[in-house]
Design a protein around this ligand. Structure first.
Ligand SMILES: Cc1cc2nc3c(=O)[nH]c(=O)nc-3n(C[C@H](O)[C@H](O)[C@H](O)COP(=O)(O)OP(=O)(O)OC[C@H]3O[C@@H](n4cnc5c(N)ncnc54)[C@H](O)[C@@H]3O)c2cc1C
Ligand SMILES: *[C@@H]1O[C@H](CO)[C@@H](O)[C@H](O)[C@H]1NC(C)=O
Ligand SMILES: *[C@@H]1O[C@H](CO)[C@@H](O)[C@H](O)[C@H]1NC(C)=O
Ligand SMILES: *[C@@H]1O[C@H](CO)[C@@H](O)[C@H](O)[C@H]1NC(C)=O
Length: 399
């Protein structure tokens, strides 16, 4: 092994990026002192999206979901005070064959690149701003509006819509909450019908009006920014839905626009039309001349049923071990002496725990759905509804 520096650049420091960053930093202490990690995120904090449903109704809790990356990195192998590794708060706007370009024009060279920029939900599941203070201000506005609203329409009955409906109805007994979903049952269709039946039942116990098989027509100028805006929308059945605050929980935006220049330069398409980044089974970028680029987490082209933190983490573990193989072998992209990398075979999520307010919830594992049963309530309130795993994730990242 030569003494040359090996630069591993990781863009997007959340579940996937943090996991790879920590593994590579650990490797640098195990006989690879010339390994350097550069961790880049556009925000100064890790955003714990999993807890967003509670944040919508609880201002104090919303602050807990914004954990400064400096704090997380300092207590891990990736000490930002260690001059070898660094954290840069900046947006990556472009990628070349051997560097990433930041919004201020600065370029950072890489030998290995990890793209873990995720996929964005809409507000309130995703509240924004580069600093903790910005994001807190944004959520605080949303909290005030939700508190003032009388009739709330939630469009989309996936886990995010169900959890938000449950939190609002549990926290504010006097509001009209309507949840409208286009499919015949709530929650992803790879889970059992009993899970949906239980979710409908438990939401209705909290006073939520649930409408299935109904597609809401959305005029293109509809904002869905969680402001107070009296609006009447029509469903495919012809029914009208009047509300003063609307929440849209369908559709995600892949964070991958920074690949456009590279696509032009290489004259290839590195992304699907929905913006997801194409990957090989090894989670390498699907581009033979750039086999030193890996894409774990929500931003890659694995099916929608893999867009879970649990899966992002599994993928990151697989990427970290493939990266370690390449680094140990002294992979050289021009000599094409690539080691045998392992393929990621994690598939789709087959377990789910969905809180419906603080006391109710539904749960499926090992092919058994606990819908109407008290088991879902018990699992949810004991395991998830207290803090939506925020302390667990923070502790895991810090160690
Ligand atoms: C409301 C809600 C509830 C959820 N509940 C669960 C659950 O219970 N269980 C579960 O397993 N999963 C859950 N998920 C899914 C989970 O949050 C995601 O699967 C997970 O966050 C994906 O992690 P990631 O690291 O791939 O990307 P993300 O968490 O999306 O992070 C991407 C990072 O990249 C950064 N970034 C983006 N673009 C750039 C750029 N151009 N330059 C620099 N940085 C950039 C972002 O700032 C961000 O930090 C939930 C999601 C939501 C929205
Ligand atoms: C809820 O809706 C009903 C009609 O469906 C209406 O009578 C009632 O005033 C509404 N309550 C609130 C708090 O807006
Ligand atoms: C780009 O690729 C397409 C087909 O993939 C080809 O037709 C075209 O000539 C290429 N353009 C350049 C400039 O190489
Ligand atoms: C985006 O496209 C890819 C490839 O066609 C697909 O696997 C993925 O499920 C799509 N994403 C969503 C959210 O539909």
């Amino acid at each position: 092994m030569s003494d040359r520096e090996i630069n591993v650049v990781i863009v997007g420091i959340s579940i996937a990026g943090m996991t790879v960053a920590k593994a590579v930093a650990a490797l640098s202490k195990q006989g690879y002192p010339n390994l350097r990690v550069t961790a880049i995120d556009k925000n100064e904090y890790y955003y714990h999206a999993i807890g967003a449903p509670r944040a919508v109704v609880d201002k104090e809790f919303s602050k807990k979901l914004l954990i400064p990356l400096k704090t997380l990195l300092r207590s891990s192998e990736l000490d930002p005070e260690d001059p070898k590794h660094q954290f840069i708060q900046a947006s990556v706007v472009s990628v070349t064959k051997n560097s990433v370009v930041l919004s201020d024009g600065q370029t950072i060279a890489f030998d290995y690149l990890v793209l873990s920029t995720g996929a964005r939900n809409k507000v309130p599941a995703h509240y924004q701003g580069p600093t903790v203070a910005d994001a807190q201000r944004h959520m605080s506005l949303i909290n005030d509006n939700v508190q003032r609203a009388k009739d709330i329409l939630i469009v989309g009955g996936g886990p995010v819509g169900v959890e938000i409906a449950g939190e609002i109805a549990f926290a504010f007994k006097d509001k009209n909450v309507t949840l409208v979903h286009s499919a015949e049952r709530l929650l992803p269709l790879n889970f059992k019908p009993g899970l949906s039946n239980g979710a409908v039942d438990k939401l209705e116990r909290l006073g939520v009006k649930v409408v299935l098989n109904e597609r809401i027509g959305i005029p293109s100028d509809t904002k869905f920014d969680c402001s107070i805006r009296p609006l009447t929308l029509s469903g495919s059945s012809g029914a009208k839905y009047s509300s003063d605050l609307q929440i849209l929980t369908t559709g995600i935006t892949y964070e991958s626009d920074y690949l456009r220049d590279l696509e032009t330069a290489l004259n290839v398409s590195l992304r699907h039309s929905n913006g997801s980044i194409k990957v090989k089974p090894t989670l390498q970028l699907d581009c033979d001349s750039m086999s030193n680029v890996f894409v774990p987490g929500d931003v890659n082209s694995l099916p929608a049923g893999a867009k879970y933190a649990v899966k992002a983490k599994e993928q990151a573990v697989s990427v970290a071990s493939n990266l370690a193989l390449m680094i140990k072998q002294g992979f050289d992209i021009d000599q094409k002496n690539a080691p045998d990398l392992s393929e990621y075979t994690g598939g789709e999520m087959n377990m789910i725990l969905v809180p419906i307010g603080k006391e109710l919830g539904v749960f499926q594992a090992l092919g058994i759905a606990f819908g109407k049963s008290f088991v879902g309530n018990f699992m949810s309130s004991k395991m998830k509804a207290k803090d939506y795993f925020v302390s667990k994730f923070a502790a895991e990242f810090e160690s």
